[in-house]
Design a protein around this ligand. Structure first.
Ligand SMILES: Cc1cc2nc3c(=O)[nH]c(=O)nc-3n(C[C@H](O)[C@H](O)[C@H](O)COP(=O)(O)OP(=O)(O)OC[C@H]3O[C@@H](n4cnc5c(N)ncnc54)[C@H](O)[C@@H]3O)c2cc1C
Length: 412
């Protein structure tokens, strides 16, 4: 057999391409199989296009709402076609750069569906490859409602949103998790009426309860209707019956109730990483897991930060307060409105919450502008077991949101 490789990797999303790049850097021969587009969900239908659209929505909202700080912007309009073209360009640029980087490192890319047929054998429709190690990084796909499959015209998933031709006027989002919250704020920024229905008793039920309460408050302020402990009873003739007795008639329903893993097709022994392993469905988790697997660094789920790009951003790492035994920890909650920089930016919403045990950080939750950056200060401290006392010795620049990290630590 001629096709012999050190690594056969199935799926070129964050998990697969990271594993491929690192293995190639180590001088291994790598073959990477992708049945759709290089970059996976994250680059093509997830993180990158969402945050690009979000940036445009932010600019629009900020321009419209800055009269009180002396900016009067008349005649501001959304050119949605251009907005989406820009999103496509960003995705394409990054996909090309990633493809070139893989090729430059000597990764062989096969743009085909692959199947593991034996411990060391990967097959496509035309070829057989012998691989010393096989990694399945096959990812995940949108999960439909039980009795209402996606029809892609009224019942949509997040993939469908990237094909929208105009800003909707009225949207119903099912699910107040990461995806639901991000799309709710995008549509709200674009002046669309948004209703979010959530089966659990609070939004973001995987986060700290204080975060959920604050999100509820933010939704109220932004006039996003949130209906918790509510489910979809029936969808018929573009009418949506809810379990609370209400009937809604949105332009469409976005189903954002999570994702199903794509089980790799296999008969042999392989290592499964990323979304497909069914743990944390985050690109940073997928890349961290890939790095740990191929380069042998220590891996622990507890050090994986979660970020949700709401307004403001939401981020957390480690323990949530409700999961800790009473009296076993210390806690501080520092309000963002106490920071000079927050007032300079007119962005005073949020808090920084820190949980500690025996002088070490065990968890942090942040709602703030720049929360996506701030959370890493806690990630570095936790992973490297830096004590609270040592964090207090650090000089934080002024005026910054990082001063909120310092202030929250100083309260301990
Ligand atoms: C709308 C949205 C927004 C998101 N935003 C964020 C965010 O801001 N931050 C964040 O961390 N995460 C975000 N995520 C989640 C993130 O996209 C995923 O966690 C990440 O893409 C998982 O990476 P992966 O490599 O495991 O899988 P994927 O990215 O799903 O890649 C798997 C790849 O495998 C390919 N494949 C599957 N089976 C085969 C086969 N048999 N042969 C060949 N190829 C195959 C697929 O085509 C796919 O390209 C978002 C997701 C969505 C949907």
């Amino acid at each position: 057999m001629e096709n012999v490789y050190d690594y056969g990797i199935i799926g070129a999303g964050p998990a697969g391409f990271t594993a491929a790049l690192i293995a190639a850097e180590q001088g291994k021969s790598v073959i990477l199989f992708e049945k759709d587009k290089i970059g996976g969900v994250c680059l093509n239908k997830g993180c990158i296009p969402t945050k690009t659209i979000m940036h445009s929505a932010d600019l629009y909202k900020d321009a419209k709402k800055s009269e009180n700080i002396g900016i009067i912007a008349n005649d501001i309009k959304i050119d949605f076609i251009k907005l989406m073209e820009h999103k496509n360009k960003v995705v394409e640029t990054l996909r090309n750069a990633l493809t070139k980087s893989l090729q430059a490192k000597g990764v062989e890319i096969v743009e085909k569906e692959a199947k593991v047929t034996d411990d060391n054998i990967v097959k496509t429709d035309t070829q057989i490859y012998k691989c010393e190690k096989i990694i399945a990084a096959t990812g995940s796909e949108p999960k439909p409602l039980k009795d209402n499959p996606f029809d892609h015209s009224f019942i949509l998933n997040s993939d469908d949103l990237f094909e929208l031709k105009q800003v909707p006027k009225n949207v119903l989002i099912v699910g107040a998790g990461a995806e639901g919250i991000e799309w709710a704020r995008i549509f709200n920024d674009l002046e669309c009426e948004v209703t979010v229905v959530e089966a659990a008793s609070r939004p973001l039920s995987i986060a700290d309860e204080e975060v959920s309460k604050y999100v509820e408050r933010l939704f109220r302020t932004r006039k996003i209707a949130l209906k918790t402990s509510t489910t979809i009873e029936k969808i018929e003739n573009k009418q949506v019956m809810l379990s609370n007795g209400e009937t809604l008639s949105p332009d469409f329903v976005l189903v954002a109730i999570g994702r199903n893993i794509i089980k790799p097709q296999l008969d042999g022994k392989v290592t499964v990483i990323g979304d497909a392993c069914g743990q944390l469905m985050l690109a940073n988790f997928a890349m961290y897991q890939a790095r740990a697997l191929v380069s042998g660094i220590h891996f622990d789920n507890i050090f994986v930060p979660s970020v949700i790009y709401g307004t403001p951003e939401i981020a957390w790492i480690g323990a949530n307060e409700q999961d800790l035994p009473l009296g076993s920890y210390q806690k501080t909650v520092y309000p963002v409105r106490a920071l000079g920089k927050a007032h300079c930016d007119n962005e005073i919403e949020g808090f920084i919450k820190v949980l500690t045990y025996e002088n070490k950080i065990i968890g942090a939750s942040i709602i703030s502008k720049e929360a996506s950056a701030l959370i890493h200060q806690f990630a570095i401290a936790m992973q490297n077991e830096i004590s609270v006392d040592d964090m207090k010795k650090v000089c934080f620049a002024h005026p910054t949101y990082s001063e909120g990290v310092y202030e929250s630590i100083m309260m301990l």
